[in-house]
Write a protein that binds this ligand. Sequence first.
Ligand code: GLY
Length: 461
Amino acid sequence: MPGPPRRWAGEPDSRLASVRTLIVGHGGREGALAMRMAEHSELHAFVGHANPSIVRHAEESGGSYLIGDVCDARAVAAFARETDIDLAMVSADEPLQAGVVDALLAQGTRTVGPTTAGAEIEWNKAFARSLLSEVAPAAVPRLRVVRQEGEVAEAIECFGSTPVVVKPSGLTGGKGVKVMGPHLADHAEAREYALALLARGRPGESVLIEEKVTGAEFTIQAISDGRTVVFPAATYDYPYRFDGDEGPGTGGMGSLSLASSALPFMTAAHYEDACSIIERVIGRLADEGRHFNGVMNSGFFATAEGVKVIEFNARFGDPECMNIMSLFSGSWPEVMERITSGSLVDGDVRLREEASLVLYLVSPDYALGGGRPYEFTVDRDTIEADGTNVFFSSATSLGGDSYRTVGTSRALALATTAPTLEQARVRVVDAAVSIPVLEWRRDVGEEGYLDGLTGLVRSPV
Ligand code: GLY
């Protein structure tokens, strides 16, 4: 094992000769982590493209970046060796499944994030459901797991007239889940979709058919050293492409949190029960000898019958990470050290008791089958001077204030915190209207939206 980290950059004048950290990945989530890591360390980044936020934070901290395949575990590990990294952070689903953390740990690089085995809670939903049915059976919606085409019709039939949700067991980037109502007209369409997933999946890959739960969704970005779990306020994500939750599912068009732990449609019991389930899941992973530390982005429905689990992600949510990083007021490398040394305590994760709001801006063809490059301008300095952070995602710099989208994902996020959600919304919207070409949901953070979800929870638990 390596020796203790050099010294903390938070100590006076130590920044440039300080701890060296590594972030792996290139989304808005990694942009926000990069900002916090670069405040107290020399940041190095392994990225799939030159994300302007990550490049800036790495360069300003005296660090570096390398463009490569973030799922190439050997290449990431080699970069960590070359840059003499003290502490690494991996918080993206595909690198976690690909064993990037395994490779870093194997060479002695202290790393925040689970191994492939720990991350199975995310990349194998059938495994997650099976584990959950042992530690929190009441929180599992009724489900069937199908592995062969011949099993699909009977599995759908056993739900009778109850609407269902069809989910691939593997990673989907938030886009593979289809729900009766918004995406599937009836049980026949649900059957066709399950068959299509089986046909296009790898041999042996399963599909989950679950009872559709009536409730309002929330997530908790639980932070853990594998034993102790710290629970920030619940976050709310806007997964659909258009206002009023219309259109296809996306990676998330925005997210928010309030100064209180629970959201308006939740009871205190919803929040506490969800935290207790997360603790049991992390405890079970440890009991099974699966290395898990870092963040469990845990998705739930608040219902009249208590909480139901949607899924566990073995990493920060994107956009929700930006809520937490915007509220965070300490040294994130120090939190990383506590996590990797198994000495995390509640007070290590200092979060301001304010509302936070993140809004993603996307290409006009985002989630609609597009992917052509769009050029746009962002006056980042003015927006940041007004108190909103700009976190680029699938975009690269063209010089000055000009940028171009890359790939098929979201372009950039705007994030802020304020005493009230409405104050945060006004600030973020002021920034969004100054950016041409890109599209965004007008109802993210709108007053009344969260209260409107209370009807879905029907009666208190
Ligand atoms: N916000 C959805 C995700 O991070 O998977």
